[in-house]
Design a protein. Structure first.
Length: 333
């Protein structure tokens, strides 16, 4: 039996510690054992929250001339979100952010004075290290402001599965390989687009009714000794036919069949933020539709490369693949 992996989730104010031991038995049968226990301050090790809880102090930088840069954290992990605020004594004429070579799109929060907000996505495969967030702005009188914050990215604690499977599950035919490459390029091009307007309003919701959390984000499989790409979404086990809902208001930019994810819907929520819903049994929306939060996009299925009915839910923020549970934890601001 292969070694197992510990991972930690935070849910409803409690830490959930899970241990997974996964391997293969004779005849190719797979064994998964889950052990979960609630932690109520029993352990000295910290439980990383999905996003900073209310009341936790944010890290601040003085950018001069009454402008302050605030971050929810200066230390984060792969696959995480970092909230950014820029507070100014007066409205800014210009504001630009750069996060490790990526443009950071800000939106103006007209409900909280002269406050501008943004989200930093830390890709699940971003190398550990220190990265700079550079802020450059201009006041209405032409004065320039700016400052730099350094964010430390640590390795995420993700499950690793080592399995021996049939060759057909590892090697694709030339035709399938070409299709996968084309679909990958299509998605990359789609996620690189940034709709300049923020289409969502308020908090994000989970895409299924009655669920509280999911699993498998960041999981990496080693099949027959070959390391595969990490799992970049959350899986929600559900019965076939279960309605799948839009996590927030957005525009449908993809609704079709893909090789790995089967019937798939992608919503553009604006400012480089996308959610993806995969393995659907049926799809009820079309490209171009503007859907409201909670709208039914389709029904749970097992299309594509799926071993059983479930919903794969993904989140991309400025081309970074992020744990979608974190967007649900954002405050309504």
């Amino acid at each position: 039996m292969n070694e197992g992996t510990f991972y930690v989730l935070k849910h409803s104010g409690r830490c959930l510690l899970s241990y997974i031991r996964i391997g293969t038995l004779r005849g190719g049968m797979r064994l998964d054992i889950f052990l979960r226990a609630a932690l109520v301050g029993m352990f000295a090790v910290g439980c990383p929250s999905l996003l900073p809880a209310r009341g936790r102090a944010w890290d601040s930088r003085d950018c001069g001339n009454g402008v302050e840069l605030r971050l929810s954290s200066l230390a984060t992990t792969q696959g995480s979100l970092v909230q950014v605020e820029v507070r100014s004594a007066s409205l800014l004429a210009k504001l630009k952010g750069d996060w490790a070579g990526q443009i950071v799109p800000f939106w103006f929060d007209d409900g909280h004075g002269s406050v501008y907000r943004a989200l930093l996505g830390v890709d699940v495969e971003r190398p550990s290290g220190q990265y700079e967030l550079t802020l450059m702005g201009q006041l209405q009188n032409g004065q320039e402001v700016g400052c730099v914050a350094r964010v430390v990215v640590k390795a995420g604690q993700f499950t690793i599965e080592k399995l021996q499977v049939g060759r057909k599950f590892v090697e694709l035919s030339p035709e399938d390989a070409q299709r996968v490459e084309q679909e990958h390029g299509r998605l990359q091009e789609l996620f690189a687009r940034r709709t300049p307007d923020r289409l969502w309003q308020g908090i994000f919701r989970l895409p299924l009714d009655g669920v509280r959390t999911g699993g498998n984000f960041g999981r990496r499989r080693i099949l027959n000794g070959q390391t595969r790409s990490p799992h970049t979404g959350i899986d929600f086990p559900a019965a076939a036919g279960t309605p799948v809902h839009a996590a927030q208001r957005g525009r449908v930019v993809l609704a079709g069949d893909l090789f790995f994810t089967g019937n798939t819907v992608v919503l553009d929520h604006g400012l480089g933020l996308y959610t993806l819903y995969a393995h659907l049994e049926s799809v009820f929306v079309a490209v171009g539709d503007l859907v409201k939060v909670g709208a039914t996009l389709g029904r749970v299925g097992a299309t594509g490369r799926a071993t059983g009915p479930h919903l794969h839910w993904g989140l991309t923020v400025n081309e970074a693949r992020v744990n979608p549970l974190q967007i649900v934890s954002l405050r309504a601001e």
